[in-house]
Write a protein that binds this ligand. Sequence first.
Ligand SMILES: NC(=O)c1ccc[n+]([C@@H]2O[C@H](COP(=O)([O-])OP(=O)(O)OC[C@H]3O[C@@H](n4cnc5c(N)ncnc54)[C@H](O)[C@@H]3O)[C@@H](O)[C@H]2O)c1
Length: 323
Amino acid sequence: MPGIKHIAVIGAGVMGPGIAISFARHGFPVALADIDPAALERASKSINSMACLFDDSPTPGKGGRKAIAARISLTSSIEEAAGKADFIVEAVKEELTVKSRVFADLEKVCPPHAILASNSSTLSIDNIVEKISHKERTILTHFVNPPEVMPIVEVARGSATSDEKFADTVNLIQLIGKKAIICDKVVPGYLVNSFNMAIMGAALDFLGREVATLEEIDSAFTQGLGPRLSVMGPFKTMDLIGLDLIWQAVLSFDPNAHNDPRATRLRELVQAGHFGMKTGKGFYDYGGRSRDEVMQEIDRQLLDIVSNRPAGTRGGTHTHGIQ
Ligand SMILES: NC(=O)c1ccc[n+]([C@@H]2O[C@H](COP(=O)([O-])OP(=O)(O)OC[C@H]3O[C@@H](n4cnc5c(N)ncnc54)[C@H](O)[C@@H]3O)[C@@H](O)[C@H]2O)c1
């Protein structure tokens, strides 16, 4: 992208180093800033350790650990980091006053064309930038943890974000090999965290009621829903299960669902006889393919995933913070 050459990431805690790597491994010089020297020290170690992943990675990138680490400079000065940055990701702690102050500081020191993005998980970009002058260049880019490997970034524009800055942001995300998931409305937690909170809430509920051990609950997810959800989102899953059955299940949980506007789309499809893969159409249109043909493709993807999982994988051993 001709206009965006230098990146700054503000905040070197859990997310900052991985966000910096995401840009650096695609050739961008990145300045990573934090007010806490101990955080910078930890970040330097994390970058060296995480960037090893790309030493012999088959995914396209621009070099392994050494090249990636060489492109990331660490600093305790926001001014130094943002002074010549074309794109800035704020990843400081999730507090409105702290973020607002960082945006106000950034506006004073960054070039006038720079895009200011927040990595906030739950706050509205409109609230974060309320006191700054040039809101048209502000946007939300929510990287998913661990950002150095996860392939999506949620993007939400503020009410003042310009079309140009929005398009530049989406292009940049594509350029670093990630998919931009566009959220048209601001909802606290956006998509990924909203799903995550529902899942974590259910897990805590099952544990609290002693329905199963936490290892069994984790396994139900990693070995049951996990593989399936990695090839099918909730809508395709409903098409797989059968929308007639889903509608019955919805009614058994809530007999008033006939009047629930959230169920309108599902209700209409069922009334029209579109039950999903078994009728050739549901939330998705299967283009004349039979259920067997669709299932063959899904089974192949699933088999690939489950047969490549390490033997004996239970609840998952990697802990990487929340989303
Ligand atoms: N942790 C996650 O899994 C996750 C996932 C997605 C998004 N997020 C979002 O990313 C942001 C950062 O989260 P985190 O978990 O990395 O936080 P964190 O607390 O681990 O790190 C925040 C860092 O910001 C630094 N900081 C605070 N004020 C600063 C300032 N004025 N200038 C420069 N640095 C400053 C702190 O010293 C700290 O190192 C939050 O908005 C959070 O909601 C977090």
